[in-house]
Design a protein around this ligand. Structure first.
Ligand code: CUA
Length: 243
């Protein structure tokens, strides 16, 4: 009888925490996202967190309860053969795994998260293609079709509200571009072109890191991504051509 009421308390607690987490979610969702890629990844992260929190509370709750309940038990009897319990936890685990799999695949399959090489050939006419090549220890940047290229770039200019395709490669060893503020990460591998597509929604400065250990200068292999309005971007391109 006591065990059953404890199970009921745990279930009520579980549902309570789940409800709280769902109520708390709109607060997180109100925070602005700086790119479509960041929005996809962070929304998935929030969803997984909402599911993980009540499960953590439930499991830890059962653990604490068990430790307390059987603290003076000198001869504990393990549960042997309980088909209903085994079916319950197998089905519950399967449901959680299917949810994680479906939710993750839904994001992973998005072109702004996993961009294929072919997509760059079918890009819309207003797209900006930037070829970024990593070297020990700097980035060379080339704006495709614009006749603008910058060697050892300290700042990489990108526009808001236009599809941006970063075509990433390396000239010597493996590097990786990582712009956490925009949710962008892509390996830079010699002889290989990895593409990441996004659309940036707010102007500002974002830090770009090299995210693959590439030698003594790895930690200084930085750049600033300067995101400006489409108009300012065109003006900047003109200036580069003029100079
Ligand atoms: Cu380039 Cu680390």
């Amino acid at each position: 009888m006591e065990r059953r009421s404890a199970a009921r308390t745990a279930l009520v607690g579980f549902i309570g925490v789940l409800a709280l987490a769902l109520v708390a979610d709109p607060v997180a969702a109100q925070q602005g996202f700086d790119s479509t890629t960041e929005e996809l990844i962070r929304t998935l992260n929030d969803k997984l967190l909402i599911v993980a929190l009540p499960i953590t509370v439930l499991v830890e709750g059962i653990l604490l309860y068990t430790v307390y309940r059987f603290r003076n038990n000198e001869e504990p009897k393990p549960t042997e053969e309980n088909r209903r319990l085994e079916i319950t936890w197998t089905v519950a685990t399967a449901i959680v795994l299917v949810f994680v799999g479906v939710a993750s695949y839904g994001v992973l399959a998005q072109p702004d998260v996993t961009t294929t090489r072919a997509m760059i050939d079918d890009k819309p006419s207003d797209a900006v293609e930037v070829k970024i090549t990593g070297y020990q220890w700097y980035w060379n940047v080339e704006y495709a079709g614009e006749n603008v290229s910058i060697e050892q770039a300290r700042t990489i200019y990108l526009p808001t509200d236009r599809p941006v395709y970063l075509n990433v490669t390396a000239g010597d060893v493996i590097h990786a571009i990582h712009v956490p503020g925009l949710g962008l990460k892509q390996d830079a591998i010699p002889g290989q072109h990895n593409v990441i597509r996004t659309r940036i929604t707010s102007t500002g400065e974002y830090q770009l890191y090299c995210a693959e250990y590439c030698g003594a200068g790895h930690s200084k292999m930085l750049a600033t991504v300067e995101v400006v309005s489409p108009g300012e971007f065109e003006t900047w391109l003109e200036e580069q051509r003029g100079g």
